[in-house]
Design a protein. Structure first.
Length: 345
């Protein structure tokens, strides 16, 4: 347990260090504390906070910096909510006012908006129901030179396509027959079911029209897998460079690689218990995030599921401000996606 004065000192240390990035000494504290406290008393209180593992003494000065445990205590016990101003809320609303044609466009654009609003790296994940969509239609578009574009449309208006080559001996009428088979047998079924049916039932049906359907089915499978993949988007990756102490740019490369590995990102965005979750030095398979924090927020689109947004920034970020942005943006993103769904419904 900390006394009120110790809490006050810890709060000032964290707030000052967040703004300056410079270790905080007793002189600075005596000038910023709202009550008069002698330098000797401040030093004693700082020694206690250090003993408790909430602040650390640096080698380069007599000042103190918050520890991971200190930030954790601050977020859990001392953080004061800071609601968005009307101007900030209007900025978020305007940024989401563009014309979008599918969920992915909205969610992808949201990552860019969030990174611009916070100056940190942002990640967005679309609603889970959008990730378990159903096949609404399948088309093949001849492009010439034995090239064909496979186009898949889902009930969420997601569209995926891929170009592939067909054997010289496959005719247009054979391709039309294949399209009829797929649309008659698979339309209306969830994408995972469609993928499973490709392995046996549909393969046999298509082999009636194309002797060697493997190449065609492999392409179809790839496009379906892309539709079914949990999709997240990253905005503002270059912002990570602004918070690297090491001047060697190669120091940041492994962190960029982490943001492109699905397993690591989903672990980082693991479902939070609360609408807003703060991870300080998130646990990964390595120490890449030891100097970073992740603020995760969920957004709710009712019967269409829940999605997630997150901010990845330095441990010394202004938590109150960033939490307010994540919270406010989650609400506005929910409204935007509900408008989209209602329009297509």
């Amino acid at each position: 347990m900390l006394s009120d004065r110790q809490k006050m000192i810890l709060r000032v240390i964290i707030n000052d260090y967040t703004l300056s990035g410079v270790p905080v000494g007793s002189k600075v504290l005596s000038n910023q504390l709202p009550i008069h406290v002698s330098s000797a008393t401040i030093r004693n209180e700082m020694a206690y906070l250090e003993k408790m593992g909430l602040i650390n003494k640096t080698h380069s000065s007599s000042g103190r910096v918050p520890s991971t445990e200190g930030y954790r205590y601050y977020v859990d016990n001392l953080l004061a909510s800071k609601p968005l101003t009307n101007e900030e809320l209007l900025t978020i609303k305007k940024s989401l006012n563009g014309k979008f044609h599918k969920i992915d466009e909205i969610v992808k654009h949201s990552a860019d908006i969030l990174s611009n609003l916070t100056s940190y790296t942002a990640l967005t994940l679309k609603p889970e129901k959008a990730m378990s969509s159903k096949l609404e239609g399948f088309r093949l578009v001849p492009l010439g030179n034995h090239q064909v574009m496979a186009i898949i449309v889902t009930d969420n208006q997601d569209v995926e396509n891929q170009i592939f080559h067909i054997p010289d001996n496959v005719t247009g009428s054979q391709l039309e027959a294949v399209v009829r088979v797929i649309n008659s047998k698979l339309v209306g079924k969830p994408i995972p079911v469609v993928i499973n049916k490709l392995k046996d039932e549909i393969r046999l049906e298509i082999s009636k029209y194309i002797k060697s359907p493997n190449g065609f089915l492999d392409t179809f499978y790839d496009v379906l897998s892309e539709v079914n993949r949990d999709k997240y988007y990253v905005g503002g990756q270059l912002n990570l460079l602004d918070f690297v102490d090491n001047t060697d740019v190669s120091y940041i490369k492994p962190l960029y690689a982490l943001l492109n590995r699905d397993d690591d990102v989903y672990k980082m965005l693991s479902n939070p218990r609360d609408p807003i979750s703060v991870q300080i030095s998130p646990k990964t398979n390595n120490d890449l995030l030891k100097n970073y924090s992740v603020i995760t927020g969920s957004y709710d689109v009712g019967p269409y599921g829940k999605g997630m947004i997150a901010i990845l920034g330095p441990t010394r970020m202004p938590y109150s401000k960033i939490i307010s942005i994540v919270n406010g943006f989650s609400d506005e993103l929910s409204k935007k996606l509900l408008q989209y769904y209602n329009h297509y419904d």
